[in-house]
Write a protein that binds this ligand. Structure first.
Ligand code: NAD
Length: 271
């Protein structure tokens, strides 16, 4: 029987961290081999499975990321941008693959991740669900097909605890639309509107952000033309979906060359 892939979860006490512990613990192809939290967290010293609500799994949450990462095959990271870069550098040194779900990454964070990806496979995706990955491909295709007389607007809603806006997924959908149109998102994006904005410029890609309650993640991309409107919507109703995608991505890295990969690569969708 093939050896189970050893997975390490950083940020194991977070909303997603606990889902990841559960998903890795339940998968037949991998085993949870380590878990960390930020130094000072109340979770340090506790059993990761107990925190995740699946009973004891014999993996204690630690605060020494370097020691944990040194003995796993892949690290799954849904934490915060600076922590993610630190973990990626450790993974590059240790030869462990990285799966990154953290959002709110800036260009300098991405640059650091590209550095790590020269040494190990690194999968980065603002949304690990198969449905959203497919939605991104569809948005790119629709944007390529329709001309700029169709206005593109991207709406998203998330729970009240989310700290970044627009969501990483909304920005990813914007990048997909911009790529379909062969334009640069940074130039085309209107991230928010307020006051006397004037008429909508042709070619703009607009964003609208809603926050509230316990919404896991809703995204709609609107293509509004003269006399018609196409709306593509994805609604996530459980975070477990993202954890399942992340574990799938970790298993996919086995035997892969170093490089920066996306969920489209993991799912084998054409880019
Ligand atoms: P959260 O705040 O509940 O969890 C983050 C955890 O990371 C916390 O427990 C925190 O203590 C821990 N952490 C921070 N610094 C750390 C460090 N240096 N070492 C170890 N642990 C550290 O947040 P969340 O809702 O779980 O979301 C986490 C991230 O994942 C966010 O960026 C969110 O947008 C993103 N997210 C991505 C997807 C996806 O599919 N890609 C889905 C959901 C959430």
């Amino acid at each position: 029987m093939a050896r189970k892939m050893k997975i390490g979860v950083v940020g194991a006490a977070g909303r997603m961290g606990r889902m990841l512990v559960r998903q890795a613990g339940e998968s037949v192809d991998c085993a949870l081999a380590g878990a960390t939290e930020r130094p000072g967290s109340e979770a340090i010293g506790q059993d990761a499975g107990m925190l995740a609500g699946i009973g004891e799994v014999g993996v204690t949450v630690g605060d020494d990321a370097a020691a944990m990462i040194a003995h796993v095959d892949a690290v799954i990271d849904f934490t915060a941008p600076d922590a993610t870069v630190m973990h990626a550098e450790l993974a590059a040194q240790a030869g462990a693959a990285m799966v990154i779900g953290t959002t709110g990454l800036t260009d300098s964070h991405r640059e650091a991740l590209r550095g790590a990806a020269r040494h190990v496979p690194v999968v980065v995706a603002p949304n690990m669900s198969a449905g959203v990955t497919l939605l991104m491909a569809l948005v790119e295709q629709v944007a390529r097909t329709l001309d700029e007389s169709y206005d593109i607007e991207i709406l998203e809603m998330h729970h009240r605890h989310k700290v970044d806006a627009p969501s990483g997924t909304a920005l990813g959908l914007g990048r997909a639309a911009a790529s379909g149109r062969n334009v640069d998102l940074d130039t085309a994006a209107r991230l928010a509107r307020e006051g006397h904005t004037g008429a909508r410029p042709r070619g703009e890609i607009g964003f609208a952000t809603l926050r509230g309650g316990d919404v896991v993640g809703d995204h709609t991309v609107v293509f509004a033309g003269a006399g018609e409107r196409i709306e593509l919507t994805h609604r996530a109703s459980s975070r477990q979906l993202f954890a399942a995608g992340a574990v799938r991505a970790a298993l996919w890295t086995k035997g892969r060359k170093p490089g920066l990969y996306s969920m489209r690569d993991v799912l084998g969708l054409e880019t």
